[in-house]
Design a protein around this ligand. Structure first.
Ligand code: CP3
Length: 374
């Protein structure tokens, strides 16, 4: 096993042992994992939120024959979709093809993806009785995700042409964001039912948070054991919360989740959208990396989360529709804001949207590789 901390160039202040310091053999050979730990890298690593998605013709060709959930639940297909996207784009990490809502099924909540409507939970969770009935002992039923990760890890086990090992990202939702889907029954604008439970039910809300943490740690453990180098926690809709509500109702369970995933031996990326005001609180979770959206300049955000934390982001995904000169200027802006300091992973501020020109995504990867060579 390679010892990351014993390598000579790594003996800097930023290399203090982190709870998420991985012992995996590929970790020291992956610029993505090294950047998550704020170790020096030869160039900024890059990957994209929703890199395997509907903007990509290869994904749509698979979707023609399989539903989203079929893809998620069939390790061969999930692995193929994951690998195809990473190779087509030339990125430094592959995020396993899965979905945030998969843990709902073993918890006893039926859901589906309806075209045009997004996710629908058939019987939303609105009472303490319903929360009590949610199961936390069947997470083993999600093993198809771990099987897919094993296939992806086997495929990428050899270093690439540049000697770098591709990073493999597993993921799960954060307690608040998952609770919002459970309680609202789908996507939401105002989170009225979620906040009602949060504010009024002193039994149901903490119990729901606790049950979600139990399930998510188990799910993350399966993914790490299967070969995930890093776990990203999606708190996509945390930005709907005031700082006070985030601190009072979500920070403790999220911190517990981060801490317990780090104890599995991997770094944690904690991502949310519209989080500029929440960043100080989010960084208190102890996550190794904070994922930023595009509404705050990267350098300003990094000041807020502090030098003890890596950052990921933060190009506006819609910039991928802009003319080449505008797109290039925005990419350079992000890189310059990071200033080449160890601990930046280039990404978008949120997922690639359908209709995005694939060639523009590939172009961005190319620029990041060229920028390093300048
Ligand atoms: O490369 C990748 O990132 C793909 C893997 C992935 C999916 N979902 C597959 C998917 C990941 C990382 C997710 C996470 C996810 N799922 C999030 C957090 C990410 C974020 O956007 O902040 C959320 C909120 C969900 C729940 C979810 N899944 C919604 C709200 C929707 C519908 C929205 C839409 O784009 O239609 C989905 C569907 C979904 N999950 C798609 C993909 C590629 C698109 C739909 C499809 O293929 O039919």
């Amino acid at each position: 096993m390679e010892n990351l901390l014993s390598e000579a160039p790594l003996n800097t202040a930023s290399d203090q042992a982190s709870p998420g310091n991985p012992g995996g053999t590929s970790a020291g050979r992956s610029r993505f994992v090294r950047a998550c730990l704020r170790h020096p890298v030869d160039r900024t690593p890059v990957w994209f939120l929703r890199q395997a998605g509907r903007y990509m013709p290869e994904y749509m060709a698979v979707r023609k024959h399989h539903s989203l959930l079929d893809i998620c639940r069939t390790p061969e297909i999930a692995a193929e979709v994951t690998i195809t996207a990473a190779e087509r784009l030339g990125v430094d990490a592959a995020i396993i093809f899965a979905d945030l809502l998969l843990p709902f099924t073993p918890m006893g909540l039926d859901f589906d993806f309806l075209s045009g409507e997004g996710p629908v939970v058939h019987v939303p969770v609105r009472t303490a009785e319903h929360v009590r009935a949610l199961r936390t002992d069947r997470t083993g039923e999600l093993s198809f995700v771990a099987r897919a990760i094993e296939k992806v890890a086997a495929h990428f086990s050899a270093p690439r042409a540049d000697g770098d090992a591709l990073g493999i990202i597993g993921f799960c939702g954060a307690p608040f964001t998952l609770a919002s889907y459970m309680i609202e029954g789908g996507s939401s604008r105002s989170y009225i039912e979620t906040k009602k439970m949060m504010y009024t039910d002193r039994v149901a809300w903490p119990l729901l948070m606790e049950k979600l943490v139990t399930v998510l740690v188990d799910f993350a453990r399966q993914q790490v054991e299967a070969g995930a180098d890093v776990i990203q926690i999606f708190d996509s809709w945390a930005g709907a919360l005031s700082v006070a509500d985030y601190r009072q109702y979500c920070l403790a369970p999220t911190t517990e989740l981060v801490r317990r995933i780090q104890a599995l031996g991997v770094p944690v990326i904690y991502f949310g959208v519209d989080t500029a005001s929440l960043l100080p609180a989010m960084s208190e979770t102890g996550a190794d990396v904070i994922g930023l959206d595009w509404r705050i300049p990267l350098d300003a955000a990094w000041k807020v989360v502090g030098p003890g934390c890596a950052v990921q982001g933060n190009l506006d995904p819609i910039t991928l529709f802009a003319p080449e000169d505008v797109l290039k200027a925005r990419v350079e802006e992000v890189l310059l804001a990071a200033g080449g300091r160890p601990g930046h992973i280039f990404n978008l501020g949120h997922g690639i949207v359908p209709g995005t020109p694939v060639e523009n995504v590939i172009q961005v990867v190319q620029w990041i590789k060229e920028f390093a060579a300048q």
